[in-house]
Write a protein that binds this ligand. Sequence first.
Ligand code: BJW
Ligand code: ZN
Length: 243
Amino acid sequence: MDSLVSVTEEARRRLGEARSVAVLTGAGISADSGVPTFRGPEGLWRSFRPEELATPEAFLRDPNLVWEWYDWRRGKVAACRPNPAHDAIVRLESRVPRFSLLTQNVDGLHREAGSQNVIELHGNIWKVRCTNCHEVGDNRDVPIQVPPHCETCGGLLRPHIVWFGESLDPDDIRAAFEAAESCEVFLVVGTSGIVQPAASFVSTAKRAGAFVIEANLDPTPNTWIVDVHLSGRAAEVLPSLID
Ligand code: BJW
Ligand code: ZN
């Protein structure tokens, strides 16, 4: 039977030798910074119903309610800093010739840590989009005026975030699948692996021949297809895997 040490060593060796790496992250990597996750015992979906807050229908019904929820979350994220897992991914990017970071997180902590080639699949909590003229802009107001309006046309602004039932940016999806299909090592960190299409990048990478490493506190639906599952907190597992 493989010992934990040899499995971890194999993962480290593969990552150390790879010339192309793609990383997929989820809420678990930011949990160590204090950002709430969605699922699990302390996840947001324990206290809030996604269909009332994270769908276009919910926003049409009650934009103020949705904005108040985002205002509360923006306040929480504003108090959080990148952790050693975000920092380790920055170091990984600096030494790998072809590197892509695909994140489902909207908190912006990867860029704040210094990651360069980042695709924010589900948008960014510090961006707003006009429902009328569709212009996207930055807004870091905490608290934000509820509801906020577009400076250009006066239209109602919404969070620049991908809600359930909405399509991800087609260019992002294309780039993400391309990264998953062409990398030698695919590292998936802190995601429950149930939200599509992001969850499917893991099996795409595996099918295309990548060595797949998962780092998570718990097993996920992806665990049975990955080559190595490293159990633990991202802020501890990633630095020891990457450095
Ligand atoms: C740690 C840790 C530590 C904790 N260290 N680890 C195919 C089949 C079925 C359904 C669909 C399908 N295709 C599309 C759908 C519908 C839907 C979907 O996937 N639903 C599923 C729930 C079944 N997908 C969509 O609607 C997507 N759009 C789309 O596909 O458009 C085309 C289409 C539409 C409709 C039908 C068909 C096609 C859009 C998805 C947008 C997701 N948006 C959200 C909310 C954004 C709001 C916001 O942030 O304000 O994005 S949902 C929420 O989940 C958020 C996250 O990015 C996303 C993923 O969550 P994540 O990151 O995995 O977090 P958690 O909390 O779930 O897990 C945390 C993990 O970390 C756990 O595993 C812990 O163990 C671990 N952990 N602490 C390491 N310290
Ligand atoms: Zn506008």
